[in-house]
Write a protein that binds this ligand. Structure first.
Ligand SMILES: [Fe+2]
Length: 198
């Protein structure tokens, strides 16, 4: 069985309140993981691959379940990365290799931040804004609904959940304040780890 990553859902308060995290972590992420496991068991899956590896192997499942498996798989992966890369204790400024790469490609961290915020505000409807590695280059990308950047062969390093359930209770429609406060929660030690593993 795939499991949710652990999270102290009060720890990101006040930037993201306990109530909002609870809804996102249990009602969305939790449901995606539960639905995914149910569908995989129904398909006699033996859990030999990581969730990331399953994206490219979706055709091993019954045709009638593939869309559902893919949707719940991507929803699980998107939320896993979102929750994993936030921490109240983390280094919220880039370090190490990812710091150098961000400066090489965007000029400064502030320029990267500006571009990321601009992109996130351009997103229409529910979706995500990602920082990815695309062919050894960093790129900021929006995806719709639960689409994963893994579908395009990109490596996700960092993501913000831009569905209304992720911010509306705390910020109503003030997406800019949500994004600015999310930047205070980014744990760049974890982003660095993902970047070095890629
Ligand atoms: Fe979510």
């Amino acid at each position: 069985m795939y499991e949710k990553i652990k999270l102290d859902y009060s720890s990101l308060d006040p930037y993201i309140t306990e109530k909002t995290i609870y809804i996102n972590y249990y009602n969305y992420y939790g449901n995606y993981i539960d639905n995914l496991n149910k569908l995989l068991i129904k398909n006699n899956y033996d859990y030999i691959y990581s969730m990331e590896e399953l994206i490219d192997r979706i055709d091993m499942f019954n045709l009638e379940d593939r869309d559902d498996i893919l949707y719940n798989l991507m929803g699980s992966l998107n939320h896993e990365l979102f929750f994993y890369t936030m921490s109240p204790y983390g280094k919220n400024k880039p370090i190490g290799n990812i710091k150098n790469k961000i400066e090489e490609e965007f000029g400064t961290y502030d320029k990267f931040r500006e571009e990321f915020i601009k992109k996130a505000l351009e997103l229409k409807g529910s979706g995500y804004t990602f920082l990815v590695v695309n062919d050894s280059k960093l790129q900021i990308i929006n995806t719709s609904v639960e689409d994963s950047v893994l579908l395009y062969g990109f490596i996700p390093l960092l993501v913000i959940d831009m569905w209304e359930h992720a911010y509306y209770l705390d910020y109503e429609d003030n997406k800019l304040d949500y994004i600015n406060n999310w930047f205070k929660l980014i744990d760049f030690e974890k982003v660095e780890k993902i970047y070095n593993k890629k």
